[in-house]
Design a protein around this ligand. Structure first.
Ligand SMILES: NC(=O)c1ccc[n+]([C@@H]2O[C@H](COP(=O)([O-])OP(=O)(O)OC[C@H]3O[C@@H](n4cnc5c(N)ncnc54)[C@H](OP(=O)(O)O)[C@@H]3O)[C@@H](O)[C@H]2O)c1
Length: 270
């Protein structure tokens, strides 16, 4: 399926994975609404994405909103729909990550992470869904993480918010299927974005050691996998062999991975 003249709304579309998906969609002729908080970053992304559009009719809109604020994100999505019509695609990529030791992370960070990553996605879906239901088609794509499949040392704030998205996606998928609206969840690997760079500055050494075992992907490569997965109507998109195996077998693999990661942690502490 190509997105010529279709409308896609992307929260977190001003940076990283969201922006990379936006660029690929722009190359397929889509009209886009990008939602994030920082106006300047949105404008820069808009220019970058406008430069790869394939026809002069394409529109790239930007809307400033905090996804964790129900009124703001609802108004933003209503504005996007008023400007460019019911979206064929809603991608909830806005997210934050704050690694650290459980007892060092302020309570507000746990609350904020859940507010942005989980409720920010849920609010966005609630705002777009009535129009999608009316249109009797659409695809909702939630960006979780490999950290939504397995608990990782140092990610006590982040992992639960990404696990929660999995629960939402799986249950919502079943409800929306009869209405011809697809729900897709993505478990990206480590991806070279400003978020990962910020995380790397504050990760505990144990977390550094564990995450160093995995390859870092480019945002474009992850975005390509996301669009391919959507086209193939995959319910869960897990880019790369590691995440594919983890997605399919995480319950079986968790004891082995825990054993291996505990050994890495012990090396740091011995
Ligand atoms: N990078 C990775 O290794 C990786 C791996 C797995 C999953 N993920 C997930 O992929 C998604 C995108 O991450 P990324 O790495 O591409 O990060 P990024 O480059 O930092 O982009 C995050 C985007 O979300 C927006 N955002 C953050 N908080 C927001 C809020 N409260 N309201 C509205 N927009 C907000 C940011 O813009 P503003 O700051 O201007 O609002 C930005 O556009 C996240 O959900 C992340 O958890 C990332």
């Amino acid at each position: 399926m190509k997105y010529y003249e279709q409308h896609a709304i992307i929260t977190g579309g001003s940076s990283g994975i969201g922006k990379a998906v936006a660029k690929l969609l722009a190359r397929q002729g889509a009209n886009l609404s990008l939602i994030a908080r920082d106006r300047q970053k949105l404008q820069t992304a808009q220019q970058e994405i406008a430069a790869v559009t394939i026809n002069s009719q394409q529109t790239i809109c930007t809307i400033v909103a905090d996804v964790a604020n129900y009124q703001e994100i609802t108004a933003a999505i209503q504005q996007a729909i008023a400007q460019l019509g019911t979206p064929k695609l809603l991608i909830t990529s806005a997210g934050i990550a704050h690694p650290g030791y459980f007892t060092d992370i302020p309570l507000e960070v746990f609350e904020r992470t859940m507010a942005v990553n989980y409720f920010g996605s849920l609010y966005s879906i609630r705002a777009a869904l009535p129009a999608m239901i009316e249109n009797q088609q659409g695809n909702i794509v939630l960006i979780s993480s490999g950290a939504g499949l397995i608990g990782i040392y140092g990610y006590t704030a982040y992992c639960p918010s990404k696990f929660a998205l999995r629960g939402l996606a799986e249950s919502l998928r079943a409800e929306l299927k009869p209405r011809n609206i697809r729900v897709t969840i993505v478990y990206p690997p480590d991806t070279d974005t400003p978020q990962l760079a910020a995380e790397n500055k504050i990760k505990p050494p144990e977390t550094q050691k564990i995450t160093a075992t995995a390859n870092t992907w480019s945002p474009q490569a992850v975005a390509e996998q996301i669009l391919r997965g959507i086209e193939q109507r995959q319910i869960a998109i897990a880019p790369g062999a590691e995440l594919t195996i983890l997605n399919r077998f995480h319950s079986l693999l968790t004891p082995v991975l825990n054993w291996y990661f505990d050994r890495l942690v012990n090396k740091i502490n011995s």
